[in-house]
Design a protein around this ligand. Structure first.
Ligand SMILES: Cc1cc2nc3c(=O)[nH]c(=O)nc-3n(C[C@H](O)[C@H](O)[C@H](O)COP(=O)(O)OP(=O)(O)OC[C@H]3O[C@@H](n4cnc5c(N)ncnc54)[C@H](O)[C@@H]3O)c2cc1C
Length: 422
């Protein structure tokens, strides 16, 4: 039931970023009523429920970037949160494996980033040490990252929902409420949804794959656009699962923001391999042949998409071939695990990454949050935004209130964060 009175805050999108934001707002302002509007009938239908479930260490990201800072802070908060509220997780560590000489400079760069990003406990492994950690993996050198882990981000999201309504029963998650129109009435924003109208003074949009469209509806002109990159996962069958103990990543292509197909032990059991990264013709399309006219016209009508294609045409074609060929997918995995066979893997599922592309065809690497006339739009929240959700939420809360955070709210052990009105 929507209420007649305006809400204090509305958060649009019940992905992990929206829910972490609502949770932090609720903790900061227990008496405020918050409406969270979600277009789907349940949470976790898009990126949050379709990712690798990895708690990233922050080793990869450009030192000093928003991603690097928020990943470290967010990971610490997330792990403390999971411990405090009993969300199943495992800090099992991961290895990043170089299989050929040409990859060593990039591996060294990643290691140096890790030092600058203060990624705790990293070290090099030689081929013998790699085998000791992962007996079926072959590499010439690897970086061991002990603080990486695994979790289920839908479980984390569900815990946020539970805690929000515990703190204030007037706050609510409204599912099947797609925001279709946005208008202003005096100091309020009015959101017209498929489940009724909602009003608040402060609105925060965390709409993932739809973030640019909602920004447009709110009158915000963007110089970038969301393009979907689908990632397909295979699964190791029961017998082959013994070939992986934890997390095994290749050395990524530094020109590309994606990490390459990796082996991931899942917190609820099983081992996945993937995801690849292919341009998708449907933003919320999870089948290889999915197509949506509006999404395709919008993506191909944007000059940045074409510039991106020209820059990465060879890689794009390779990724496409792999998306339709199990043999090629397995061949990619066999670079790290020579003994893997086609029979070891079965197709499992797909996810689509919401990636902002600028007019020059660059993938916007960092998180992007824009203030616009009293509303706030999270435009770009790619990986590791799930890991970093609580740190991103701090940033959003701070910007929503136009205040500064003066200490980090490290979940569970530092007490409340402290805000000062400017
Ligand atoms: C294949 C893949 C692997 C990844 N692996 C990892 C990983 O291992 N670790 C990690 O940290 N990150 C990973 N990520 C990234 C991470 O999943 C995302 O950064 C994160 O989930 C983004 O959360 P979000 O809340 O912004 O978006 P979403 O989870 O997509 O949520 C947005 C929500 O907004 C809703 N919405 C959209 N439009 C409207 C509207 N008009 N009205 C109401 N609701 C609306 C949507 O239905 C959706 O529920 C991965 C992503 C993908 C796709």
């Amino acid at each position: 039931m929507t209420r007649k009175k305006p809400y204090d805050f509305i958060v649009v999108g019940a992905g992990i970023v929206g829910l972490a934001t609502a949770y932090k707002l609720q903790k900061k302002f227990p008496d405020c009523a918050i409406a969270i509007l979600e277009k789907e009938e349940h949470i976790g239908k898009h990126q949050t429920g379709r990712n690798s479930g990895v708690i990233h260490s922050g080793i990869y990201y450009k030192p000093g970037s928003y991603k690097a800072l928020n990943c470290k802070n967010g990971r610490e908060q997330l792990v403390n949160f999971a411990r405090k509220y009993g969300v199943n997780h495992d800090i099992c560590g991961k290895i990043i494996v170089a299989t050929k000489e040409e990859e060593l400079p990039v591996l060294e760069q990643i290691y140096q980033n890790g030092i600058l990003n203060e990624t705790e406990g990293i070290s090099y492994l030689n081929s013998h040490e790699i085998r000791k950690k992962e007996p079926f993996i072959e590499g010439i050198k690897a970086v061991w990252v002990p603080i990486a882990g695994i979790i289920d981000y839908v479980d984390v999201s569900a815990k946020f929902v539970e805690l929000i309504s515990k703190i204030n029963p007037e706050s609510s998650l409204f599912t099947s409420c797609e925001v279709q129109e946005i208008s202003s009435e005096k100091k309020y924003k009015e959101l017209h949804t498929t489940g009724g109208d909602f009003k608040a003074e402060k609105v925060i949009f965390c709409a993932g794959l739809e973030s640019d469209r909602l920004a447009h509806k709110d009158g915000l002109e963007l110089d970038m656009q969301i393009v979907g990159f689908r990632g397909d996962y295979y699964e190791l069958n029961k017998k082959a699962q013994e070939k992986i103990k934890n997390l095994v990543y290749p050395v990524p292509d530094p020109k590309f923001p994606f990490l390459g197909v990796h082996f991931t032990r899942m917190i609820k059991g099983g081992v996945e391999c993937g995801p690849n990264a292919v341009f998708t013709f449907k933003r919320e399309g999870y089948k290889r042949t999915d197509f949506d006219m509006k999404d395709t016209v919008q993506a191909l009508g944007f000059k940045g998409t074409w510039k991106l294609f020209f820059k990465f045409w060879r890689k794009g074609i390779d990724e496409y071939k792999r998306a339709f060929s199990k043999t090629l997918f397995v061949k990619e995995l066999s670079k790290m695990m020579p003994e893997i066979t086609r029979d070891d893997v079965v197709f499992s599922r797909s996810g689509v990454r919401a990636q902002a592309i600028d007019q020059e065809g660059n993938m916007v690497d960092d998180f992007k949050i824009i203030n616009h006339n009293g509303t706030l739009h999270v435009i770009n929240a790619p990986s590791p935004a799930a890991t970093a959700c609580l740190a991103i939420a701090d940033e959003i809360v701070s910007r929503t209130l136009e205040v500064n955070i003066t200490n980090n709210d490290v979940e569970g052990d530092q007490g409340e964060c402290c805000y000062h009105t400017k």
